[in-house]
Design a protein around this ligand. Structure first.
Ligand code: ADP
Ligand code: TRP
Length: 320
């Protein structure tokens, strides 16, 4: 099965991105044909600084490989290496009802966060649908915030097939229940726009500080702590079901342990979990140009697939 996902190079990787999108993507590479890309065209809707964009693309590639992407098995590429995606986006946009885009909550959310409304931001889901359909993806691992965009992609694939004949597979989102929306340090969705993130590759001191800043209630040390909606436990649960998490939960239920100590436990859990990835990252950073070689290799394979689909699409619509 073809699996595909993308991440915008618009900031620094946080544990919400990791558990929501990156970890599931890496796991799927063992059984499927996986295409992952750095959505630099999409990032232009919020980042208009050429140097920062170039740097972020590089960091995103390095992060992805450090987080376990096997570059022999997967195709990793820059969205902009295959500019033909815009051609497909155009065909799709001619089939996109305005109302479909007007209903997209992420557009409204972004305006609420102060991002200037632009045509690019409004049409964002059409380009995302083109990303998915160009590579004939069947499964798309993402966090819950992308669910509506996947619905747009499915609608457009169906509409294209109904209008011009069967060309596209209908993609399915894969959204993990446990980490669909990982909370940030303030309890809202962890997001780089809310300043509530824990960055995976932050220095130890900063990482610890972020964990220690997680919002907790004022239950006294000796009392049992509420388990329901506990940010600490939700983050701990994302790591897995090991003994350390059971111990944390038991300690909270029993009482006698303060939030400070529980946060230290959570810090240790995460710091240890990400240790192999930090080490891998340090190695990759040392190999100058390696990230670019990986991209170039991926881009050759991505181009072949894109070309095949686009030929079918042009035939179907009557262009050329
Ligand atoms: P951000 O909200 O920080 O800007 P992005 O929109 O760049 O993050 O998201 C990149 C990927 O990470 C998407 O698949 C998204 O669904 C996932 N993701 C982001 N934040 C979270 C979160 N808090 N919990 C689960 N998945 C998330
Ligand atoms: N919109 C996604 C995000 O903000 C990034 C993205 C762009 C994407 N194109 C995609 C994700 C195609 C999955 C499939 O995270």
């Amino acid at each position: 099965m073809r699996v595909l996902s993308g991440i915008q190079p618009s900031g620094i990787l946080h544990i919400g991105n990791y558990f929501g999108m990156m970890q599931p993507s890496v796991e799927l590479q063992h059984q499927h044909s996986c295409y992952y890309f750095i959505a630099d065209y999409h990032a232009l809707t919020s980042l208009q600084d050429a140097e920062a964009l170039r740097q972020n693309v590089k960091e995103a590639v390095i992060d992805f490989i450090a987080c376990g992407l096997d570059i022999e098995k997967t195709v990793l590429f820059r969205q902009s290496a295959i500019p033909e995606v815009h051609e497909l986006a155009w065909y799709l946009s001619t089939l996109t009802p305005m109302g479909l885009l007007e209903r997209c909550t992420s557009y409204k959310d972004k305006l609420a966060k102060g991002i200037t409304p632009s045509h690019g931001l409004f049409a964002y889901p059409v380009l995302m649908a083109a990303d998915i359909l160009l590579y004939q993806a069947e499964l798309v691992p993402v966090g819950k915030d992308q669910k509506q965009h996947l619905e747009v992609a499915r609608d457009l694939a169906q509409k294209f097939n109904d209008t011009y004949g069967e060309v596209f597979k209908i993609p399915e989102p894969q959204i993990r229940k446990e980490t669909a929306v990982l909370p940030g340090t303030d309890g809202q969705k962890m997001s780089k726009s809310y300043n509530n993130t824990v960055e995976i590759f932050a220095e130890e001191k900063t990482f610890r500080k972020r964990i220690m800043s997680i919002k907790t209630d004022s239950t006294p040390v000796e009392d049992p702590k509420p388990i329901e909606d506990s940010i600490l436990l939700e983050i701990a649960d994302a790591v897995g079901n090991g003994n350390a998490i059971d111990e944390m939960r038991a300690a909270m239920e029993k009482g006698g342990v303060g939030y400070g100590d529980l946060k230290k436990q959570l810090f240790q859990l995460l710091w240890t979990y990400f240790e192999p990835m930090r080490e891998k990252r340090q190695e990759i950073v040392k190999e100058d140009g390696y990230w670019l070689e990986v991209l170039e290799k991926g881009e050759i394979r991505a181009r072949e697939t894109a070309k095949t689909t686009l030929e079918q699409v042009r035939q179907a619509v009557g262009i050329r």
